[in-house]
Design a protein around this ligand. Structure first.
Ligand SMILES: [Zn+2]
Length: 237
């Protein structure tokens, strides 16, 4: 009995990594960074659109910086004009589920249904069909692989996450600037799950400080598709 404890512990450790590990592809194909060959990175935002998303769009426009917004379908339904603004500004839109659930322990049909609803909502309101998925909370589970396959989605985790829902703008910007590297996928949040009028002032301020610093470091801001598929050839990504 005692001898089985380390095995059980190892099993738990493996499952924790499989579900949340950025490099895990146990539950479906995924990536967490781009090539290190080019001085480029991808700024990504989860949980939008929100009432504060336009403030981030304004900063990005000022610096001619592209980004990728992983949107929740429910937020797109609530603020379709903001979602269209993101699209018309030339940014990429990814799928961040419809209702922002933990996929952990959800049924395959439940996972597929939520992601499909998000995919359809985003396409209806913006005309764009996402090809990238960011699982809510970075949590993946059984059934996701099939849903991804059916919807043509590849999971995108992150190289560095900002913890912008709890850290101050200074800390977030410094953390991102310090960890940035060629091919980095940086994760921030232009919403807070499905909250109406979320306070993302700290995130906006962090973006305001971070973007010029990264430009000074020589980075080019690319969408996830540009970062991962620079030649736009399926074989390259
Ligand atoms: Zn989220």
């Amino acid at each position: 009995m005692l001898a089985s404890l380390p095995i059980a512990a190892a099993g738990c450790t493996f499952m924790a990594w499989a579900v949340r590990g950025r490099a895990s592809t146990v539950f479906g194909p995924g990536v967490w960074r781009g090539s290190g060959d080019r001085r480029a990175l991808a700024l990504t935002f989860d949980d939008g659109p929100s009432e504060a998303t336009p403030a981030i769009l304004e900063i990005l426009a000022r610096h001619s910086a592209s980004a990728t917004f992983f949107m929740c379908g429910a937020n797109v339904d609530r603020l379709p004009e903001v979602a269209r603004h993101v699209a018309s500004a030339g940014h990429e839109i990814g799928n961040h589920s419809y209702s922002h659930p933990y996929l952990f322990l959800k049924t395959p049909a439940g996972i597929r249904g939520d992601l499909t609803r998000a995919q359809e909502t985003i396409a209806t309101h913006t005309g764009l069909e996402p090809r990238w998925l960011r699982a809510p909370f970075g949590v993946r589970w059984f059934g996701l692989r099939r849903a991804q396959h059916e919807l043509g989605l590849t999971s995108v985790m992150w190289t560095t996450i900002g913890y912008d829902w709890k850290l101050g703008a200074d800390e977030v910007a410094a953390r991102m600037a310090t960890h940035a590297a060629n091919g980095s996928i940086l994760c921030l949040h232009d919403g807070r799950e499905l909250r109406v009028k979320p306070d993302i002032g700290g995130t906006v301020e962090a973006v305001r400080r971070l973007v010029p610093v990264l430009l000074d470091q020589g980075y080019r801001f690319e969408t996830v598709s540009q970062l991962l598929c620079p030649t736009n050839s399926p074989s390259a990504c």
